[in-house]
Design a protein around this ligand. Structure first.
Ligand SMILES: Cc1ncc(COP(=O)(O)O)c(C=O)c1O
Length: 366
C-alpha cells in the first residue's frame, strides 16, 4: 500500500495529538461523517466551476486521445488574449508547480545563486537546490512582506534568478505592482525575475495587481499563474507561465509533462465562467474578513492576508495548536520556520470557516 502526502499529514497530525487526541479525533471524525475539515492546502473548495465540471464530464469519452494540438493552441490563444500578450509568450504546465520546478532546474544549475524570501513557497528553490544552486533566502520584513531592499542587496554576479511570490505563501502579504516594477528595473541584466502570482486574484488594495506586462520589457521576467486557486481546479492540475518567446521555448523544452485532456478542456471552460470566478472571490474575501475580525477580537496577530489563506500567531507552539485542532477534526497548515507559533489556515467553505472559528475560540478559552 502506498500512502499519499495527505495520508501522511493526517496520520502525523493524529500522532501529534497523542493516543487520546487520536481517539477523540477519530470519534469526532466519525460523528462528522469521518472526513476531516481540510484547511491545510490552500485549495478553493467551491471549484471546479459548473462550466469546468461539464467540460470534464463530456471529455471522458475522449480520455483515450491525446489532447489535440489545435485544442491546446486554442487554449493558449485564449490565455494570451486574457493576458493581452502574444500566444508564443504562454507556456502551459501540469499546474504552475511543474513550471516552477522546471525553472528551478533551469536556473539552479552550475551552483548559481537563487534569491528568495524566507519563508516562501518552496517548489522552485527546492528544485534549484537539487541542481546544486546556492540558495540565498532573505527573511521577510517586520510586516512579513518580501524585504525588497535586502533582496536587492543580496544580488551578486553569481545570482541567476530571484523568486518573488506575490502574494507570498505562507505569509499572505502582497507587494504593490509599482514596487515590483522598480525592483526589476534596478536589477542587473544577468538576473531573471520569476514572479509567482498564484494568489493574485484574491488581492484587495491599491496597486495589488499582476506585473505580467513586464515580460515585454527589457529585463527577463517570468510570471506564473495557476488554475488551482481562484478556478478551484487543484486536482485537475493546470497552470501557465508568461514570458518572452525565447524563454518560453526553453521552458517548454524543460517541462516533463503536458496537461491532460480534462485539464485542457476544464481550463478553457473555466476561463469564461465569470459568474463562478466572481462568486468565488466574493465568498473567499467575505470569509477572510470574518476570520481576521475574529482574530482581532481574540487579540491574535496576523499578517495582512491577500490570498485564500490567513497566517496568524496562535500564541502557542504550533505543534500544540495543530493537535488541538486535529482533536476537533480540523487539519491546519504545517510549521513555517522561524514562525514557531504561527499557523496558515486555508479559507474553506462558510460552514468550514464557522467550525474553525468555533474551534479557535474554544482553544483560546481553554
Ligand atoms: C505560491 C504558489 N505557487 C504555485 C503553487 C502551485 O500550484 P499548482 O501546481 O497547483 O498550479 C502553489 C500551490 O499551493 C502556491 O502556493
Amino acid at each position: 500500500m502506498s500512502l499519499s502526502r495527505r495520508d501522511l499529514i493526517t496520520a502525523s497530525a493524529l500522532l501529534l495529538a497523542g493516543p487520546a487526541g487520536a481517539l477523540r479525533a477519530a470519534d469526532q471524525g466519525a460523528a462528522a461523517g469521518g472526513k476531516p475539515i481540510v484547511l491545510c492546502w490552500n485549495e478553493n473548495p467551491y471549484g471546479p466551476s459548473p462550466a469546468a465540471r461539464l467540460a470534464v464530464s463530456r471529455a471522458i469519452a475522449d480520455g483515450c486521445r491525446y489532447p489535440d494540438d489545435d485544442e491546446v493552441d486554442a487554449l493558449e490563444g485564449a490565455l494570451a488574449a486574457h493576458e493581452k500578450i502574444d500566444a508564443d509568450s504562454i507556456v502551459t504546465g501540469t499546474g504552475s508547480g511543474e513550471l516552477l520546478r522546471a525553472l528551478g532546474l533551469l536556473y539552479g544549475r552550475d551552483g548559481a545563486e537563487i534569491i528568495c524570501a524566507a519563508p516562501t513557497y518552496e517548489e522552485l528553490p527546492k528544485y534549484a537546490a537539487l541542481r546544486g544552486a546556492a540558495l540565498k533566502p532573505v527573511p521577510v520584513d517586520a510586516q512579513l512582506r518580501h524585504d525588497l531592499p535586502a533582496m536587492a542587496g543580496a544580488v551578486t554576479e553569481r545570482t541567476r534568478a530571484i523568486y518573488l511570490c506575490n502574494p507570498n505563501n505562507p505569509t499572505g502579504t502582497a507587494l504593490p505592482a509599482a514596487a515590483v516594477r522598480a525592483f526589476v528595473a534596478a536589477l542587473p541584466e544577468h538576473v531573471v525575475t520569476i514572479v509567482d502570482e498564484a494568489y493574485m486574484d484574491f488581492t484587495v488594495g491599491q496597486d495589488l495587481r499582476s506585473v505580467a506586462d513586464l515580460v515585454q520589457g527589457k529585463r527577463r521576467v517570468v510570471v506564473l499563474r495557476t488554475f488551482s486557486k481562484i478556478h478551484g481546479m487543484a486536482g485537475l492540475r493546470f497552470g501557465y507561465a508568461i514570458t518572452r518567446p525565447d524563454l518560453a521555448e526553453t521552458l517548454e523544452d524543460t517541462r516533463m509533462t503536458t496537461p491532460n485532456i480534462y485539464a485542457v478542456r476544464a481550463a478553457r471552460a473555466s476561463l469564461d465562467d465569470k459568474a463562478f470566478l466572481a462568486d468565488t472571490r466574493r465568498r473567499i474575501l467575505a470569509s477572510r474578513t470574518r476570520i481576521t475580525t475574529e482574530l482581532g477580537r481574540l487579540g491574535l496577530k496576523f499578517a495582512e492576508p491577500q490570498g485564500n489563506f490567513v497566517f496568524f500567531d496562535t500564541g502557542m507552539p504550533l505543534e500544540r495548536f495543530t493537535s488541538l485542532m486535529q482533536a476537533r477534526n480540523i487539519l491546519v497548515g504545517r510549521l513555517f520556520p522561524p514562525f514557531a507559533t504561527w499557523c496558515r489556515i486555508t479559507i474553506g467553505t462558510e460552514p468550514e470557516v464557522a467550525s474553525f472559528l468555533t474551534a479557535l475560540r474554544a482553544v483560546k478559552a481553554a
